[in-house]
Design a protein around this ligand. Structure first.
Ligand code: NI
Length: 219
C-alpha cells in the first residue's frame, strides 16, 4: 500500500502517541504534539520541506538516549525503522534521521551542531516547549519526577554547566531557569522562533519575580 504524505503523518503521529502513552516526566505525547504545532507555526514563514519538519517534530524524542543506556543514535535508528516500513523515500528518511540524532540540548551544549533549516525549525519548536507557561509546568513536573526541590536559596545556580554536569543535574528546579530556560531565547535559529521565545521569556521573568516575592512573604 502506498501512503500519501498526510496519511504517513497521521500514521506516524498515531504510532508516537501510542508509544508515549501515559509518560509523566514532561516527555509525553502532548510534548510531541506541542512541538509539532510549534514547528508548523514556525515553518509557515520559512522556506523548507514541511513534510521533513513534521516528521522531525513527531520523531524528535522517539528514543530519548537518557532512557536507553546512553546510545546517542538510538533515536535515529528507531525513526528509520518506522519510516522505512511506511515506504518513505530514502533521502527524506536520511534527513529526518539526521535531525533526530543532532537536535537535543545536551548534544549542542559543548559545540553547536549544523542543522538543515528543517532541523533548525524543530529545534526551535522543541526549545519553545521548554519555556513560557508550558515550560514552567514541565520544569516542576520533571523536578518532582526525579525528587528535586522546587527551590532552595542555599543552593546557587551553576552557570558554567557542561554536558556531563547537565546530565547529572540534581539542583533545585528554580536554578534550572538560570542554568537553561532563560538562556534559550538567545539560542533560537529562526525569526519566528525568536519572536515566540521573547514573549515566553518575559512571562518567565514575571513568574520568577512573583515567585521570589511570595517566597519572602512580600506578596
Ligand atoms: Ni523534545
Amino acid at each position: 500500500m502506498i501512503m500519501d504524505e498526510s496519511e504517513i503523518i497521521k500514521s506516524v503521529a498515531d504510532h508516537v502517541r501510542e508509544k508515549f502513552q501515559g509518560e509523566g516526566s514532561g516527555h509525553d505525547w502532548w510534548h510531541i504534539y506541542r512541538v509539532w504545532q510549534n514547528a508548523k507555526t514556525i515553518a509557515a514563514s520559512e522556506e523548507c520541506d514541511i513534510f521533513v519538519v513534521e516528521m522531525g517534530a513527531l520523531l524528535h524524542d522517539i528514543a530519548d538516549h537518557k532512557f536507553h543506556g546512553g546510545d546517542e543514535e538510538i533515536g535515529g535508528k528507531t525513526a528509520e525503522k518506522i519510516l522505512s516500513t511506511m515506504g518513505v523515500n530514502e533521502d527524506i528518511v536520511r534527513s529526518v534521521v539526521y535531525i533526530v540524532n543532532n537536535l537535543s540540548y545536551s548534544k549542542n551544549i559543548n559545540n553547536k551542531r549544523d542543522l538543515p533549516i528543517e532541523g533548525e525549525i524543530v529545534q526551535d519548536a522543541d526549545r519553545l516547549d521548554a519555556i513560557g507557561a508550558i515550560g514552567i509546568a514541565r520544569c516542576f513536573a520533571y523536578g518532582g519526577s526525579v525528587g528535586n526541590e522546587i527551590y532552595n536559596p542555599e543552593i546557587k545556580p551553576d552557570l558554567a554547566m557542561d554536558k556531563e554536569r547537565y546530565k547529572k543535574g540534581k539542583s533545585p528546579q528554580i536554578n534550572h531557569f538560570y542554568e537553561k530556560l532563560l538562556l534559550l531565547k538567545d539560542m533560537m535559529n529562526t525569526d519566528t522562533g525568536r519572536q515566540l521565545a521573547q514573549q515566553r521569556h518575559i512571562f518567565m521573568q514575571n513568574y520568577l519575580e512573583e515567585f521570589f516575592a511570595e517566597w519572602e512573604g512580600e506578596r
